[in-house]
Design a protein around this ligand. Sequence first.
Ligand SMILES: [Zn+2]
Length: 426
Amino acid sequence: MKIENLCVKRLVGDVSGATTHGHKIAIKGGYVYQTYQGGYTLTPLGWRVIHNIENIIRNEMNAIDGQELLLPVVCSANLWRETGRYDSMDNIAKFKGRSGADYVICPTHEEVITDYARSVLTSYRQLPFMLYQIQTKFRDELRVRAGLLRTREFIMKDAYSFHETQEDLDKYYKRCFDAYYRLFRRCGLKNFTDVLASSGDMGGKYTHEFQLIHEMGEDTLYICDCGFRANKEVVDENNTVCPQCGKALNKVRGIEIGQVFQLGRFYTESMHMTYTDANGNENTPIMGCYGIGVTRVMAAILEESSDDYGPVWNMETAPFAVHVIGLNGKDANVMTLAQQIHDTLIVNGIETILDNRDIRAGEKFADADLIAAPIRLIVSENNLTRNVIEVKYRINDFDTSDIPKEVAISDLVSFITGAIRILSHK
Ligand SMILES: [Zn+2]
């Protein structure tokens, strides 16, 4: 792709209206565009990052036997009436169809998934199973913070597991817990942890949140050296002493990126989901639920790992792997070679963007910092006389000091393929 064809507006200088550093970078780089208060368009650039995050999540969910499906965004109010949440949840957007029927725009999908699962489940032999989807949610929040951290509309990965026994749920809960650690690390998040949390509207007995510890976070977390970690709903704010060891708790801020719940039988009982167990008796499965705010993960990466110039993605999340810059857009040899390199990399399946514009080098580098492909190839007259290409790296959480900073033109494809493999920790 040529940079001038990328339908994204990048901004120079200071950005107004951004509340956090990450939000500022997201707007400056043109990753998001605010369409309405609390609703963002993910631009062609932002969507590439989201798509990459989604694929990491898919990969890790499939690795713990998750089965992806897609539930409808809109649902009949009747399903929500079965559990009583049609009246008890305050942020559901409700509307009437022209026929007079009541609908909701789903803020979460426990009722909808339970309805599907009960249509399939008959025998204990089918258990356990986990179903997940990656989809847009809408929550009609009264107040939204400017920025990407609390929006009305967002993309969520929601997963739901069904089990015969509490022991089996405990085992699966732990597997999902470990998968969350792996996938957040793969997204490039560093200083995150799990904390005990309250289950709120979701029912069930206990829950953990995954939180990126960060000063811009809107959640208050209490952390102790002994390993105790909880959010403020769990810890009595007047009693900030560790319930485990009695020492004073450390108070930090966090950005919530995921949450896992043990839902018990609240949904399966109220919605009459049953199966026949090994002894021929009718039983109700026990349920777990596992969420990740996909758009929130991108926002969290931007808060934690961007500098004043732009984001710092890793190889798995970056919108492009390689950014080819032809310096001196008037030199035909430079431009032709830059174009050829771009075309060759594309043919080899490498996501590449080309900047052959006839503008100042400084502007090209500023744009490259905002797009932040981990590998930058610089084609210049000077390097051409030596038949080499200069290579620069911009990559999250990786020491590139041992990787060559120039490459012979004849070795380019094998070099780039190798570099991508190394930089992907593969
Ligand atoms: Zn403690």
